[in-house]
Design a protein around this ligand. Structure first.
Ligand code: MG
Length: 221
């Protein structure tokens, strides 16, 4: 029966798998561009060979889908931190409020159930560790070296700064610090992530790699 099987080339196989991943990701609520997701996947796939990855800001699991799939393929795990109550701009009356994410019983935003659904559908329950708390709380007793940290939580300056101080110090040498929503021009978006990106560079402990859209990519020296 082997003659009836068509084995695609390695490149064709990989691009088909990536297209499926992108198609899946596009069904999940979130603010991550497919090119950024693809880059997250590619970096995580290599990084995850050297230790666990961690993201701040799970939301409904769009980035966890890319990072988690890469971790799974590399035999690693992803810690995904979010209090799942939405950031400031996602609260009722604010610009990014999504009524579908509002739990009337708790009278609060709840993205945890959709996040869990994403993990289940993507078969990532054995790869992703959801941490339902603030980034600062999770960091208080943290001691595990990380191969990759993706910061995409709250976008207030103090919040991004705290995430940077909490997690960047745990990145192994040659590991990655990824920061989402980098806008060089204030007309395009908030400046907090970009300021922290510059701060990390100025520390002398990171070098800048090519940016993908608004995804800043730094590598620990
Ligand atoms: Mg973002």
């Amino acid at each position: 029966m082997l003659d009836r099987l068509t084995v695609p080339s390695r490149e064709k196989y990989w691009s088909a798998a990536m297209n499926n991943l992108i198609k899946f990701a596009e069904k999940i609520k979130g603010f991550l561009d497919p090119d950024e997701g693809k880059r997250l996947y590619e970096i995580a796939k290599e990084a995850a060979l050297h230790g666990p990855c961690l993201e701040v800001g799970s939301y409904c699991g769009k980035s966890a889908l890319y990072l988690g799939t890469a971790c799974k393929e590399s035999g690693a795990i992803l810690f995904s931190i979010d209090h799942h109550r939405g950031s400031e701009e996602q609260q009722p009356g604010e610009a990014y409020f999504d009524p579908e994410l509002f739990d009337v019983h708790a009278y609060a935003i709840d993205t945890l159930s959709l996040f869990r659904r994403t993990l289940q559908m993507a078969e990532l329950d054995d790869t992703v560790v959801p941490m339902v708390c603030t980034s600062g709380l999770a960091a208080r007793a943290w001691a595990t070296p990380l191969s990759l940290v993706f910061i995409d939580g709250g976008h207030a300056y103090e919040t991004v700064l705290a995430d940077y101080y909490c997690w960047a110090k745990h990145i192994v040498s040659n590991g990655y610090l990824l920061i989402h929503d980098i806008f060089q021009d204030p007309a395009d978006g908030g400046q907090a992530p970009f300021k922290i990106y510059q701060k990390a560079l100025a520390s002398g402990r990171f070098k800048a790699l090519v940016q993908t859209k608004t995804l800043g990519v730094l590598q620990r020296i």
